[in-house]
Design a protein around this ligand. Structure first.
Ligand code: BGC
Length: 712
């Protein structure tokens, strides 16, 4: 089979002219919607386009495909690409939210549904998952990430890839309802200085290897066939032309032999970076670092031919890149079946009710309960007076998230709608006027004051519009906007029994918020089923189980703030003067990584280590549900290497397990740690296993837990 494929591709390449080959390396983008369709159709006819980004309709895809297949000399089919990040028509929680479920199998499920829907609409290739470890909430694309920890980015990245592509046994993306995945962005993009998108990144090889690379390593092991380069410059060289990262690391150390695509216009931007003097230079350099496809900058299509004709570039370099493009087309079965879907199929797949049922399940598991004083939650609907207010209670438009593909505003369920469907009792009022009136008049009127005073509990939905996170949405302040804080403070003076539901796409600095409420629910941007899932949690129909995958700072000035930092030579101490601290703020997060409450209570006992052999350590702990409700606990195991050949983090997540327990039920949870799990990379990317003592902590978050140790 493989021999046949190779022979077929080789023969095809032999038949191709240089122009036809270069066309395969040219990807055009969304401007196909800009009234230039005729122009693009002509380019396809001339074999100048190999793949197209963002044509989301099956009729259009098939029409363009027909031109490629029937009106070009060799009939090579097109590849259609799209950013299917967290759903196609059925929009799921943003990846940051989904990671708070600590349940990668859900990510696999949502990716499989997204793949089926997108594939039915003619898409072959998704630019996901984004596995940039994200430690800075100012960076708007943290919403697209799986948080600040590399293990979670590895697990969720692999789950997404499997969901999009299918398992290797299922013959990967050959099947009609699968997509090719793309691991992005290689590399360092999320570490932009100041959290400002596209900004410079400068980092040691040690950090790069141990924090940012491991999700890519796992993605490659899981069979991701494509990788995207990053926009940023890394250590002085644009990531898109960086030989050290693309050749020495990606190709040679991580053994990636798939297709490398640039980010949007990134090749041309190497000129703006002040690195490439002109496009020809960028094209030649990119070929030298084995970048195969040029996304939308047209640098390849305009320059590669001259480079070859002038003898500056070997045609064989182009052949290698073309081979990788054709391999994908072959693996998708496009040469046999260029039209993988049709309108009827797309309609049927995209309207499946079960997709929304799964979206609701995932949304519920993504919610994190951050505060629950006086057991203000769950609500006793019908037994107490409840008032629902705030800017986001009924605003579908503000819920439409970053990269929401073919998601429709009307599909989103708001919190007000969620309550309405659950059956609003007489004792509950939904008032979407109070907030807008307050913003207009800067005060509340007597009727409103009376309404607020006389209710038992207030549910207030605050946060950010979904459009405030995502690409190019960096923020200098992680605090809620002033209007929302003023509103909250005013209401709090009238009635302190407030539950805040937050909708947001990044960790927020909530110091001024936690003191003005009893309940705090982190609901993120949860996709189309948000309102249902939030009401399920508020009413106790679902006992919240999510845990944070990013640290929440007290104030923006603490950022970047992450749990797996180094100790420094002068770690903070109350007693000593010259230690690593702020003089105007604590160094602790407001809510640490791994944190999240439940309506029940889980106790941890009897942490024990049973050495299996020199290489394997069996760690067990007993968990008891000592509270009133059944619930799921996410049990987390962290390690700390006390002395190393390099300084090591004070804490590192090594494993986690989800445990469901009925009230009073107990369970022994065991973890197997292999020595390899405790190894790391030196700055040459060679694996190191230091001998010595490793502290092991098992608990409900990164700050609290039972402690033991193992010696290697
Ligand atoms: C983003 C990529 C995305 C590409 C195509 C870029 O601006 O950085 O993540 O895949 O656009 O839409």
């Amino acid at each position: 089979m493989i021999i046949e494929k190779n022979r077929f591709i080789e023969q095809l390449i032999n038949e191709m002219t240089l122009d036809e080959k270069i066309g395969q390396l040219n990807q055009v983008g969304t401007s196909i919607y800009g009234g230039k369709e005729d122009e693009y159709e002509q380019l396809i006819r001339e074999s100048c386009i190999g793949s197209i980004l963002s044509v989301k309709q099956i009729q259009k895809c098939n029409r363009l495909q027909k031109i490629a297949v029937e009106e070009t000399r060799l009939g090579i089919p097109l590849l259609f690409a799209e950013d299917v990040i967290h759903g196609f028509r059925t929009i799921f929680p943003i990846p940051l939210a989904e990671s708070c479920s600590w349940n990668p199998s859900l990510a696999e499920e949502s990716a499989a549904i997204a793949a089926a829907e997108a594939a039915s609409a003619g898409i072959h290739w998704t630019f996901a998952p984004m596995i940039d470890v994200s430690r800075d909430g100012r960076w708007g694309r943290i919403a697209e990430s799986f948080g600040e920890d590399n293990l979670l980015n590895e697990r969720f990245g692999v789950a997404k890839i499997t969901g999009f592509q299918g398992t290797r046994e299922q013959n990967a993306y050959m099947s009609q309802d699968k997509l090719i995945a793309c691991a992005k962005h290689f590399i360092g993009y999320s570490a932009a200085e100041g959290g400002r998108d596209y900004n410079t990144v400068d980092m040691s090889s040690y950090r790069l290897a141990n924090v940012y690379l491991s999700p890519f390593l796992e993605a490659i092991k899981a069979g991701v066939p494509t990788v995207m380069t990053a926009f940023n410059a890394l250590n002085g060289i644009p990531a898109t032309l960086n030989k050290k990262t693309l050749i020495d690391i990606l190709r040679n150390k991580l053994n990636f032999n798939g297709l490398l695509v640039t980010d949007w216009n990134a090749l041309h931007e190497t000129i703006t970076h002040g690195y490439s003097p002109n496009e020809a230079y960028a094209a030649k350099k990119a070929m030298d670092v084995q970048v195969d496809v040029d996304m939308s900058s047209r640098v390849y299509i305009s320059n590669l031919k001259t480079l070859v004709l002038n003898g500056e570039l070997e045609e064989d370099q182009i052949n290698q890149a073309v081979k990788r493009v054709l391999e994908l087309k072959c693996d998708l079965g496009l040469f046999e079946q260029p039209y993988r879907s049709n309108e009827a199929h797309a309609l049927q797949v995209c309207s499946k009710k079960t997709h929304r049922t799964i979206a609701r399940k995932i949304a519920k598991e993504s919610i994190v309960l951050l505060q629950n004083e006086n057991h203000i939650l769950p609500l006793q609907l019908g037994k107490e007076n409840i008032l629902l207010i705030g800017p986001f209670i009924n605003d579908k438009q503000s819920m439409r998230d970053t990269w929401s593909c073919d998601g429709r505003v009307d599909d989103y369920v708001t919190v007000a709608q969620g309550f309405a469907e659950a059956g609003v009792p007489q004792s509950m009022s939904i008032d979407d006027q109070i907030y807008s009136a307050f913003i207009k008049n800067r005060c509340l009127n007597t009727t409103q004051i009376e309404e607020i005073r006389s209710t038992n509990k207030i549910i207030m939905v605050l946060g950010e519009k979904a459009s405030e996170s995502g690409e190019a949405k960096s923020k200098a302040s992680l605090e809620l906007e002033h209007d929302q804080i003023n509103f909250l403070q005013q209401i709090y003076q009238l009635n302190p029994h407030i539950v805040i539901v937050l909708m947001n796409g990044r960790p927020l600095a909530l110091k001024n918020v936690v003191s003005c409420c009893e309940g705090l629910v982190e609901a993120w941007h949860l996709g189309v089923e948000a309102g249902h899932a939030i009401v399920d949690v508020l009413t106790g129909k679902y006992n919240p189980s999510g845990k944070l995958t990013v640290s929440f700072p007290r104030t923006t000035g603490q950022v970047p703030l992450y749990y797996n930092h180094f100790n420094t030579g002068r770690p903070f101490s109350e007693e000593k003067f010259n230690t690593s601290k702020y003089i105007d703020e604590s160094i602790e997060p407001l809510f640490p990584f791994g944190y999240g409450l439940s309506y029940t209570h889980f106790d941890y006992h009897d942490l024990a280590v049973m050495e299996q052999d020199q290489d394997t350590h069996l760690i067990s702990v007993q968990i008891t549900n000592s509270g009133p409700m059944a619930g799921t606990e996410i049990v987390q195991l962290y390690s700390r290497q006390l002395i190393g050949s390099y300084v090591r983090p004070v804490n590192e997540l090594k494993c986690f397990k989800r445990v469901f327990l009925k009230p009073q039920e107990k369970q022994n949870v065991t973890f197997v740690i292999k020595n390899k799990d405790l190894s790391y990379f030196d700055d040459n990317l060679s694996e190191i296993m230091d001998h010595g003592v490793f502290q092991i902590r098992v608990g409900k978050n990164s700050r609290h837990g039972l402690q033991t140790q193992i010696t290697i």
